[in-house]
Design a protein around this ligand. Structure first.
Ligand code: FES
Length: 219
């Protein structure tokens, strides 16, 4: 029995992977195979996309190399320059991307393992991109005595993540910090840089709802 030739996906936007995959799946289910002219067209679209990715990657590599060279040149003769350079990188990106750490390793002639040793030793450095919003619970002595542990538990439950983590949609980063100098307001939170004092666990939902509103306004 002759199988009807299915329509070509030429009309698909090259960035519409979901539609492309749906089309391939429906063709496979309908005909039991993907016709040659369709698979050729898909290969062409994939090749175009790969070429664009290679170009973007190459531009990124150049930018990363240039930025790292500038940081290294700035701090080259300073003692303890690795930490200063890592600070500069984190200030620039909000975290220390792996590809930047690799470039730094090459440029400084320091083993990558040593760079990661420093990054993971200091709580300040991050290996993941930060969330759009941040919530920090002060866990210094005064806040601890006034119940910061309950705020931490409430945030863990409501966000579904542990301290030091970012929600999967990368909207909220949750962390704990040591005394933020507002012990008279214990227990205290810092929400997107704004300090909130005398916080009760029952108020956590309201703070998170505020963040959501800000997210919707920003969207
Ligand atoms: S201990 Fe929390 S502000 Fe000082």
């Amino acid at each position: 029995m002759k199988t009807a030739v299915p329509p070509s996906p030429v009309g698909l936007a090259s960035n519409d992977e979901a539609a492309l995959l749906d089309l391939l799946e429906s063709l496979k289910q309908k005909h039991g195979f993907v016709p040659r002219e369709v698979s050729d067209e898909v290969s062409r679209l994939v090749e175009v996309k790969l070429e664009r990715l290679r170009r973007i990657q190459s531009q990124l590599d150049t930018t990363i190399r240039r930025d790292v060279q500038q940081h290294v040149a700035h701090w080259r003769d300073e003692e303890g320059n690795l930490i200063m350079i890592l600070h500069a990188i984190q200030n620039q990106h909000g975290y220390v991307p792996r590809e930047v750490a690799m470039e730094l390793s090459r440029e400084l002639g320091v083993k990558l393992a040593r760079i990661y040793e420093v990054i993971t030793f200091y709580h300040y450095f991050k290996l993941q991109p930060p969330g759009v919003h941040s919530i920090q619970v002060c866990h210094g002595t005064a806040c601890y005595l006034k119940g910061s542990g309950e705020l931490i538990s409430e945030l863990r439950t409501q966000l579904g993540i542990a301290e030091g983590e970012t929600t999967p949609d990368r909207q909220v980063h949750f962390d704990t910090v040591r005394c933020i100098g507002c012990c008279g307001m214990a227990p205290a939170l810092v929400v997107d840089g704004r300090t909130c004092g005398h916080v009760k666990p029952s108020e956590i939902a309201g703070h998170l709802a505020d963040l959501k509103t800000r997210k919707e306004v920003a969207a």
